[in-house]
Structures are given as structure tokens and as C-alpha cells.
Design a binder for this molecule. Structure first.
Ligand code: FAD
Length: 415
């Protein structure tokens, strides 16, 4: 049988998981990544629900456990740092999950364990896609021409190839929340818990430990303006104004952001689409269904997507006669997991980001109630994402730990 060729655009968690599993199920795999090199960085993400099983099948559980951020729990603190409520962190899917890891570390773990033979081209991206019944031809900005049986778009929430191919089907839902992330020096008072301060004006301040001896800080707030076009100095000045009087460690975080190497702003946008596939093209991860940190589980869903895609394609021909079969099964398997996380409880944004003193008092009272022993099981459900009673779809081809040698004259690659 001719080796099937997949082109994957995006080398983060979704793209690398797809590369891992497609290669292991016998595909030739070419990954294109727009960045000039592997993108490290990012804050705390976690591996939850069925993603733990995928990680285990990759043989990476211990590698990821070793990269744990060292976080042991989650507490809500008031303006002077006094704990007002504690989230349940027991069990693998507690607020602090068993497998908490920095995004860059998780992506790097998959990258470092890719089966031999996955080709990754950094600093290149798709310029043109020609969709045909029997193949998809991809021309890149650097002039590569790749003929593939499958194109996987895993370019994250602001995917340009998705917009080009599926533009009118992309439903972007701005959640009205801005998040400013950065790494700041750790102080003696920082402990091993995620500390979360909410105050009036729809403002939150977060501090979390990492495995580098630094502290990951985040300012999250309900906002009106889009600040993405501001340069760093203006952005930080605007945020400093906005956080005046926010209390707790806010000044320290803002001072730290002035010199932080990795300050990054995100305006939370959910992506919803009626379909994640067409012919020989499919979407995976945030490009398809960005759930945002408000829903949680984006990294877990991205990891699962790579496995499910390869498994469903392993039992489908993806032939010219019926190119959709495997991709339909992929979408069918993933959709309930995504739907579960995207349906945010009504009013959650107003509750999580109280504007007024009265709103804050209500917020704190609800928090205390939800974290009380009686309601703790209900609260625990909020942190359970990517869970499923369904077994993962089986892989029905023998796994290749050493990938098949690709014939130099293989027509699936024209470079
Ligand atoms: C540097 C970085 C930091 C992050 N930090 C956090 C964080 O702190 N907290 C959090 O919850 N989530 C963070 N995320 C998002 C998180 O990784 C995703 O929500 C989730 O893991 C799903 O991953 P994904 O692979 O679908 O998308 P992403 O992780 O967004 O990866 C998309 C990849 O595609 C590449 N790409 C984009 N456009 C193109 C293109 N046209 N052609 C080729 N490649 C392209 C990007 O460079 C990136 O490597 C971060 C992502 C990145 C890339």
C-alpha cells in the first residue's frame, strides 16, 4: 500500500499530537510551523479526562509528571491575601489537576518523543491550498509544493488557513475578557498554590508556581477595548490604570511585567463551527473549537484530537471514493467533548468578574457556598473537562515505532 501523506499546519499541542499519532499509524508526516523555531512558553495547562489515557498511550505520562509545575491546590484570597475559599484539588481532575504542566513543556514533551521521520519545517506557512477529489496540494510561502492525502489545520485560535478555507463557517464569540500573562520573580511569600484574587471592576489577579523557580502571573479582566494594537509600554500603562486600587499583589505583578520576558495579551475568543472537515482537510485544536481558559481543557482536547484523528483514519480508507469517512468519525467522536466545555453556565462571566462592591460580596458568598463540603461535588464537576464514558476509538493498523521508509520516488511528495 502506498504510504499516505499528511501535511499538518501548526506545531503546538494539536499539531504535534496529530503528527505523533499519524506517523505511528503509518503516515508520512510533514509539519509546517509559522514560527522560526519551536514555540516554547505559555503558562499552566493541564492534562485531564481522556487526555490522560492518550498521554499514557504515548508513553509520556511519567515524562510529563516530571515536568509538573509543583502546584498543589487553588485558593481564593482577599485584598490582603487572606484565604476566603479553597477549590477541591483532590483526585486527578481537581482544580489543580494531577498533571499540571507549562504549555511549552507539554508541547516540547510531545516534540521530543515524535517517531523518527516526522519532517518539521519552521518559518514556513501555507500560501495556497488546492483541494481535489484525490489529493490536496499545498504550496507554502517558502515555495514548497506538497501533495498530500490529508491536510490538518492546527494553527490555533487565529488560524489564517482555517479562515481562508472555512471563512464563512467560523463563528467567533468574543467573551469580553482580556488576559495578560507573564513570568515574574518568585518571592519568599509565594507558596505552591494557585492564588486567585477577584475584586471590583471585573478584575482578577492570579499567581501560580512553576517548575523554574519563577512565578506565573496573570491579570484577567472584563474589558471594553481591544488592546492588541498597543505597544508593550502603552499596554502596560493602560492595564496599570485599569488595576488602580485592585489590592493584594497587583503592584508587584505590574512591576514584574515591566521587565518580564514573556508578557502576552489575549482577548478570549471561542471558536464554534458547524463542521471541522471538508474533503481531505480537517481542523484540530483551538483552530477548530477554541474553548478558552474560561471553558478550560484546551490542551487536553488538542492532545486527544491527534489520537482520535489517527485512530478513526486507521479504520477508514480516506480513498478518493469516500474521503470523508474517517474525518466524519473523528468529528463525531470529538464533538461531545467540545460541546461540554463550550457551554459556559449562564451568567458565569458577570459572576466571575464582578463589577461592583455588591457584586463582589455576592461573588464571595457564592464561592464560599460552592466550596462548602455540601456543594463540593458540584464544584468539582466544573473542573472535569475532556471526560468521556466512551472508550477511545481503537487503532486498527499495527503501530509503527519505526516509521516505514518512504520511497524517494513516492508521488505523495513533490518538493
Ligand atoms: C506560545 C503559546 C503560548 C500559550 N500560552 C497559553 C497559556 O498560557 N494558557 C493557555 O491556556 N493556553 C495557552 N496557549 C494556547 C494553548 O496552547 C492552546 O489553547 C491549546 O493547547 C490548544 O493548542 P493548539 O495546538 O490547538 O493551538 P496553539 O497552541 O495556539 O498552537 C498553534 C500553533 O500554530 C502555529 N501557527 C499559527 N498560525 C500558523 C500558520 N498560518 N501556519 C503555520 N503555523 C501556524 C502557532 O505558531 C502555534 O505554534 C498558548 C499557545 C501558544 C502557541
Amino acid at each position: 500500500m502506498t504510504t499516505r501523506h499528511a501535511v499538518i499546519s501548526g506545531a503546538s499541542i494539536a499539531g504535534l499530537s496529530a503528527a505523533f499519532w499519524l506517523k505511528r499509524t503509518g503516515w508520512q508526516v510533514t509539519v509546517l510551523e509559522r514560527a522560526e523555531e519551536f514555540r516554547d512558553g505559555g503558562q499552566n495547562v493541564d492534562v485531564r479526562g481522556v487526555a490522560r489515557e492518550v498521554l499514557a498511550r504515548m508513553g509520556l505520562t511519567e515524562a510529563v509528571r516530571a515536568l509538573n509545575t509543583t502546584e498543589t491546590g487553588t485558593v481564593f484570597v482577599d485584598a490582603v491575601g487572606k484565604v476566603i475559599a479553597e477549590l477541591p484539588s483532590d483526585g486527578p481532575d481537581g482544580a489543580t489537576a494531577e498533571l499540571e504542566v507549562l504549555r511549552g513543556d507539554l508541547a516540547r514533551a510531545v516534540l521530543d518523543h515524535l517517531p523518527a521521520g516526522v519532517e518539521i519545517h519552521y518559518g514556513d506557512l501555507i500560501a495556497e491550498v488546492d483541494e481535489r477529489a484525490d489529493a490536496v496540494a499545498v504550496t507554502t510561502a517558502a515555495g514548497r509544493v506538497l501533495r498530500a492525502d490529508l491536510l490538518v489545520i492546527a494553527e490555533g485560535v487565529r488560524s489564517t488557513t482555517r479562515d481562508r478555507l472555512f471563512g464563512d463557517q467560523v463563528d467567533r464569540r468574543e467573551l469580553g475578557i482580556a488576559m495578560l500573562f507573564g513570568t515574574i520573580p518568585r518571592t519568599a511569600d509565594d507558596d505552591d498554590r494557585w492564588r486567585w484574587h477577584t475584586t471590583t471592576g471585573g478584575r482578577q489577579v492570579h499567581l501560580r508556581p512553576d517548575n523554574r523557580g519563577t512565578t506565573r502571573a496573570m491579570l484577567a479582566y472584563a474589558h471594553a477595548d481591544n488592546l492588541t494594537n498597543l505597544d508593550r509600554v502603552d499596554l502596560l500603562a493602560r492595564v496599570r490604570d485599569h488595576y488602580a486600587g485592585a489590592g493584594w499583589e497587583t503592584s508587584r505583578v505590574l512591576d514584574g511585567f515591566d521587565t518580564s520576558p514573556d508578557v502576552h495579551l489575549d482577548h478570549l475568543t471561542q471558536i464554534r463551527m458547524p463542521t471541522w472537515r471538508r474533503g481531505r482537510v480537517c481542523l484540530a485544536g483551538d483552530a477548530a473549537w477554541c474553548v478558552t481558559p474560561m471553558g478550560g481543557g484546551g490542551a487536553s482536547l488538542a492532545l486527544v484530537a491527534g489520537y482520535v484523528l489517527a485512530a478513526t483514519l486507521s479504520s477508514a480508507a480516506l480513498s478518493s471514493a469516500e474521503p470523508d469517512t474517517g474525518l466524519a468519525a473523528y468529528e463525531e467522536w470529538m464533538r461531545p467533548l467540545v460541546k461540554d466545555v463550550q457551554q459556559l453556565p449562564r451568567g458565569i462571566e458577570r459572576m466571575a468578574f464582578p463589577r461592583t462592591r455588591f457584586g463582589l460580596t455576592t461573588h464571595n458568598a457564592v464561592l464560599r457556598a460552592l466550596t462548602s463540603p455540601v456543594l463540593k461535588p458540584l464544584m468539582a464537576r466544573f473542573t472535569q473537562v475532556a471526560g468521556s464514558d466512551r472508550p477511545l476509538p481503537p487503532i486498527s493498523t499495527p503501530l509503527t515505532s519505526t516509521p516505514p521508509t518512504v520511497d524517494a520516488a513516492d508521488p505523495s511528495t513533490v518538493e
